[in-house]
Structures are given as structure tokens and as C-alpha cells.
Design a protein around this ligand. Structure first.
Ligand code: WTA
Length: 637
């Protein structure tokens, strides 16, 4: 028997589901949603217009997502394992947390937060390493209706402060420190620096992970363990009844302009879509171990470590460390040790492991693996083949899942073992997802063997609802370029069979090792460095990272330091302002930048030079000073 009534189990059932979703999206999603636990049903399945935009799924319905992730499983599956934790240090014992145990801990932490005055609608920023308490913190927020905003542990104090301030967070949950490979990151001290600029935060909960000495501020900072001791085991926290359209979380992500924006997802639609896509794309079978290697600081971790798997009653594996430490066998050891069935990772990890040699993977039989998955950036055919042959031993389907922070869940992907796979193609949309390709004029490009900008023409349950505190920005960024459609920012092509291949961003967003970074953000950080007059940042193809960051910098400071020194100073500035993930790979000092007469930087030219494809730069006649191009070209790195 199928455990999930809405699980697609044949090519025919995929086609049938797709057709139903096309004929009547509301009826299709209404039927799926009825398999979840609601406190009160909805009035309408869907109300929408993409002009404002306004998207409402299951409006009027009441639910709490943690009831679906936890309470609902207790009757029959209390002792099933919800989370497996594999620590950074392979010698440290792994932890197995049952649904009952996770439920108990989430209830306690929810009561801890309530006791400190945190309530429905308050924002809570979470800045932690990949330890079970991170999942507990996320769920405890959802239990009481507080809106969580998880910030990846690699961001600097300044980036953290920007996010806390934008969200006006009332509380922060953090750790003393985090282990990551050979490194230790002092999270609490970064929070202390950040909070000097944040007046909204009233309480900070600190998990002791690394025994790092930290400064604890009276009446603001509380040890997680001590707080939990105040709440007896077995205490019950009433799940806050949430409207389906109430925000569940904010997740900051980079765009082509300005500071990162807070993508907002709702409680009801997001829950339905994260779970539906999880169960279907990976063809999850009850009892299997799902290992998603992402960090919960990104959307992939939200949807496919926490919410999707737990709503489905799955066993989700959390890994604290990195794939290359203490050596490049780490993933494979984890897969063997915990008999992992589904491994969901990023092309950048695959490429770096591939580069370190086959011997690390060849000695592992990896028999438990059934499905492999890829996410975050286009996967090149060589990496796909290696993943298929060496990791999947030629037996496991690979799902190439295209989606975004804004889409909440997987949008275009093959369905493991059911719909055909094609290397480097995300292939076909999931039921309920209606992609289109449009040209510059906004006209829909019909037919196959065509390429264009990728848009989605109809809402799906996990559509971005707004950008926190600035609805207009949401409208401008996603719903204005092609009125009536959601614009993804990606380019794509469609092959003769209707399969989609994502070709990459068509805006000024870089994808570096699967991390989204706006060129404007990096430029702003570089420009903070004393003596820097102006800078322009573009991406270029990078063997391991997918894209590397190439910065052109006009510097007019003192000239007594060497260029190398200056480069390393600029790098330190970027690390301080954003974090190590935004560090440029190349910095070229230039006298001027190619600008149009209206003062716009012609990035197309800079991109070509960075890509070492400067033979034909196209039309440069509109440049204010065409001679700068030659000098930039000569100095190219
Ligand atoms: C890119 C990550 C090609 C794409 C879930 C998108 C991909 C951006 C794929 C979103 C894929 C993601 N093939 N490109 N399978 N998956 N992308 O918000 O450019 O961190 O717009 O969400 O990653 O990145 P984000």
C-alpha cells in the first residue's frame, strides 16, 4: 500500500496528476491538502492575482505545521527516528532522535520562548551550526507562531545585523560556537558584535556546543540547557492556531540590487508543497533514511531537512560537517554508517569530491542508496556522470531539482525512477507547475527546441507571498518584468521532448558554489574599503564553484602598499562585511570602467573579459571612453 495517497507511482499517474492540476489547480491541491491535519478547513483553496501580487492558498484554514511534523506521527510512529545527527568529528557518537523525543524537545523549547515573552508574529533569528537544536529551534518557533529567520552560519556580524534589523527580531537563538571541518566558528561572539547595532532583540538563547568561553549579558542571554531545565520533560505546549496565510518564516536571499530581501513563506501552502514535492520527487518510502547535505540556513535545508521530511514522517539525516573533512570519504562513510537511501546534494560538492580522486568513493559499496539528487546550480554532464557511475554505481536515478528560495519547493525535476532523466536537464515540471519561456518583449515562446527567460504562469502553494516589510519590492523583482507571471531570473531551454535545461541567471545574481550572491552586494562591500573609488563585479566560469567572482576595482589610495597586499585587504573587507562566501576569486585593478554616456557600467563587456572571451566584445560605440576596454583587456587576470 502507498503510504502517501498523493504519491505518484507510474509515468501514467504523473501524466494524470499533471493533467488534473492543469484542468483545475484548486481542486487538485484541495484534494492533496486534505491529507494533512488542519484545525479548521479553508473557505477557498485559491485566490490570486499576480499583478499586486496577492496569492492566498487555503485562506481561512487553521493549522499548525508542527502538528503535522510531530503530533500527527505520535500515535503510530512515536518511536520512529525523526532525525539522525552525524557530528563534525567522525569519532563523536551520532544521535538518533525519535519523533517522540523531538516532539518533547520542541514542546519544551516552545514553552521556554513563551516564558520569555515571545509570541505569535514575533520574529526570531536563528544563527546556529547544523546540530539537532537548530531543527528544534525552528520547530519551536513554528509551534508558538513566531516567525523564524534562519541565518547561515557563514555570514558576518554585519550581515547578521542587517537581517535582524530588517526583520526587527525580538529574539536570537545561537550557539557558543560551531564546528565546521577543521575550523571552529565563534557564533556567539559574532552575535554579540551584531547586536551592538540591533535594538529590537530582547533575549538570546545560547546552545553550548563547543564549550567556548562566551560573554553572557545579564537579563538578555540565557543558556539553552538551563532554560530547558525549567520546563519538565513531557510538558505540552498548545500549538498556536495559525491561519494558512500567516507567515511561517522569512529567509533572506540575494537579488540583483540592494541588500538581501526577506522572502516570506506562508504556513499552509508551504507545508503542502514542501511535503508533496518531497514525497514525490524522491519517491520517499516510509522507513527510508533521507540525507540532504544542505545547511538549514538555506531554503533546501528548510524544505528538505526539516519541514518536508518531518511532515512525511521520514527519517532525516543532519550532518554538521563538510564533505572533505577529515577526508573526501566523509559522505560515503555517513551513507554506509546510517544506511542512507536518498542522498541530496549540490553540484559544487560533487565536483570537488570528483576532483579529489575516485579512490575515496570506490571502496564503498553504497548499497543502501536508492536515489540521488542535485540542487542549487546547473549540474554539468561530467559531474552528473561521475555521480551516476561512482556514487550511484549506475543503479540510482538522479533527480536534478530546479527551484529557488522564492518557490519554497522543487518546481522542475524528474521524478526518481518514474519520469525519464536526462543529464544536465531538470526535465519536466511537477504537477501544478506551469513554466513558460518568454522573450525580451514578454511574448511567450511556444513549441520545443527553444530558449528564453523562465517564468511561471500560475501560483503554486509555496509561491513567495511577499518580501518582508516591502511588498513593492516583491512586485518589482518578481511580478513586473512580465506582468501576470512570476519571473524566476533564470534562463532556460526546452528540448524536443519538452524537457527544461536551466542555463543560469539572466540577472546580476551570481551562483557561487550553489550560494546566491548579488553582484551589487559584493561591490558595496568592496567599496567600503578605504581608497576604493568604484568597483564592478561579474561572474566567470569556475571549475569547482560553478561561478567565480571577478572584481574590477578602481583604487586611488596611497600607493605604498603592493597590489597583493591591497588585494588581501580588500578580501578581508568583503569577509567582514558579508562573509567568506562572497570573497572575490580575482581582483583586477583598473583605471576606469566601461560606461555608457548615461553612466551605466556595461557589464556585458566585463563579463566577456572575465570569461576570457574578449575577441568579440560586440558594439562598444555607445561607450563614453572606448579606450578603457583595451587597457582592461590587457590587464585581465
Ligand atoms: C539555481 C536553491 C540549475 C538557479 C534551491 C536558481 C539551479 C537559483 C538548480 C536559486 C538546478 C537551483 N539547475 N540551476 N537544478 N537549482 N538553481 O534561492 O539559478 O539558493 O534561480 O535556491 O539556483 O537559488 P536558491
Amino acid at each position: 500500500m502507498k503510504h502517501y495517497p498523493y504519491q505518484i507511482d507510474s509515468l501514467e499517474s504523473y501524466k494524470e496528476a499533471y493533467k488534473q492540476s492543469l484542468d483545475n489547480p484548486a481542486a487538485f491541491w484541495g484534494d492533496i491538502a486534505r491529507n494533512f491535519s488542519w484545525m479548521h478547513s479553508w473557505k477557498n483553496v485559491l485566490d490570486w492575482n499576480f499583478e499586486e501580487p496577492s496569492v492566498k492558498w487555503f485562506d481561512g484554514a487553521k493549522l499548525n505545521i508542527t502538528v503535522n511534523c510531530l503530533d500527527r506521527h505520535l500515535e503510530e510512529h512515536a518511536s520512529d527516528i525523526a532525525l539522525i545527527f552525524d557530528a563534525n568529528d567522525p569519532e563523536e557518537a551520532s544521535r538518533h532522535i525519535s519523533y517522540q523525543e523531538l516532539y518533547d524537545e520542541v514542546n519544551r523549547m516552545a514553552l521556554v520562548m513563551k516564558a520569555r515573552g515571545i509570541k505569535k508574529g514575533d520574529r526570531v533569528c536563528i544563527y546556529m551550526g547544523m546540530i539537532p537544536e537548530l531543527a528544534i529551534a525552528v520547530l519551536a518557533c513554528a509551534r508558538i507562531g513566531a516567525i523564524h529567520s534562519v541565518i547561515f552560519g557563514g555570514f558576518s556580524a554585519r550581515s547578521v545585523a542587517d537581517r535582524i534589523n530588517d526583520a526587527q527580531a525580538k529574539a536570537v537563538i545561537t550557539c557558543d560556537g560551531a564546528y565546521r571541518g577543521a575550523k571552529q566558528i565563534e557564533l556567539k561572539s559574532i552575535i554579540d558584535d551584531a547586536l551592538e547595532q540591533c535594538l529590537s532583540v530582547q533575549s538570546v538563547f545560547v546552545v553550548n556546543r563547543t564549550n567556548t568561553p562566551v560573554s553572557m549579558i545579564k537579563d538578555r542571554d540565557y543558556w539553552w540547557d538551563e532554560e530547558m531545565l525549567n520546563i519538565p520533560l513531557g510538558s505540552f505546549c498548545e500549538p498556536e492556531p495559525m491561519n494558512a496565510e500567516d507567515p511561517l518564516f522569512i529567509l533572506y536571499t540575494s537579488g540583483s540590487t540592494g541588500k538581501p530581501k526577506g522572502v516570506v513563506h506562508s504556513c499552509g501552502g508551504y507545508m503542502v508543497y514542501a511535503t508533496y514535492s518531497f514525497v514525490n520527487v524522491f519517491q520517499y518510502q516510509l522507513g527510508e533514511v533521507h540525507f540532504c547535505t544542505a545547511d538549514i540556513g538555506w531554503i533546501t535545508g528548510h524544505s528538505y531537512i526539516v519541514y518536508g521530511p518531518l511532515c512525511a514522517g521520514a527519517t532525516s539525516l543532519m550532518f554538521e560537517g563538510i564533505p572533505t573533512w577529515p577526508n573526501a570519504s566523509r559522505f560515503w562513510e555517513i551513507c554506509e554508517k546510517h544506511r542512507v537511501n536518498i542522498l541530496y546534494t549540490a553540484p559544487t560538492a560533487i565536483r570537488s569530491l570528483m576532483g579529489l580522486g575516485d579512490e575515496f568513493v570506490e571502496s564503498f559499496s553504497l548499497q543502501s542508496l536508492r536515489v540521488l539528487g542535485s540542487v542549487g546550480e546547473p549540474i554539468n554532464e561530467e559531474a552528473w556522470q561521475w555521480f551516476h557511475d561512482k556514487v550511484g554505481k549506475g543503479r540510482c536515478p538522479i533527480v536534478d531539482t530546479w527551484w529557488q528560495t522564492e518557490t519554497g519547493g522543487i518546481m522542475i525535476s524528474n521524478i526518481a525512477g518514474i519520469t525519464p532523466q536526462k543529464p544536465a536537464f531538470a526535465t519536466l515540471p511537477l504537477p501544478g507547475i506551469f513554466p513558460e519561456l518568454v522573450n525580451e518583449n514578454g511574448n511567450v515562446i511556444e513549441g520545443n527546441e527553444v530558449s528564453g527567460n523562465l517564468v511561471i504562469s500560475h501560483p503554486w502553494p509555496a509561491t513567495i507571498r511577499t518580501t518582508w516589510g516591502d511588498h513593492e519590492r516583491c512586485k518589482q523583482t518578481y511580478f513586473s518584468a512580465y506582468p501576470g507571471k512570476y519571473f524566476t531570473g533564470d534562463g532556460a531551454l526546452r528540448d524536443k521532448d519538452g524537457n527544461y535545461r536551466i542555463t543560469g541567471r539572466v540577472d546580476d545574481v551570481l551562483n557561487v558554489s550553489g550560494h546566491r550572491i548579488g553582484t551589487a552586494e559584493v561591490e558595496n562591500a568592496i567599496n567600503m574599503h578605504q581608497g576604493v573609488v568604484e568597483s564592478a563585479v561579474v561572474g566567470y566560469p569556475h571549475d569547482l564553484k560553478g561561478q567565480g567572482i571577478y572584481a574590477y576595482v578602481i583604487y586611488q589610495g596611497k600607493h605604498n602598499e603592493s597590489q597583493d597586499q591591497l588585494r588581501s585587504d580588500i578580501l578581508s573587507t568583503v569577509i567582514r562585511i558579508i562573509g567568506p562566501i562572497a570573497k572575490p576569486d580575482k581582483i583586477q585593478f583598473v583605471q576606469g570602467l566601461p560606461k555608457t554616456r548615461s553612466g551605466k557600467i556595461m557589464r556585458r563587456i566585463l563579463r566577456k573579459i572575465a570569461e576570457r572571451d574578449a575577441s568579440n566584445l560586440g558594439d562598444t560605440s555607445t561607450l563614453l571612453d572606448p579606450s578603457v576596454v583595451d587597457s582592461i583587456r590587457q590587464g585581465a587576470l
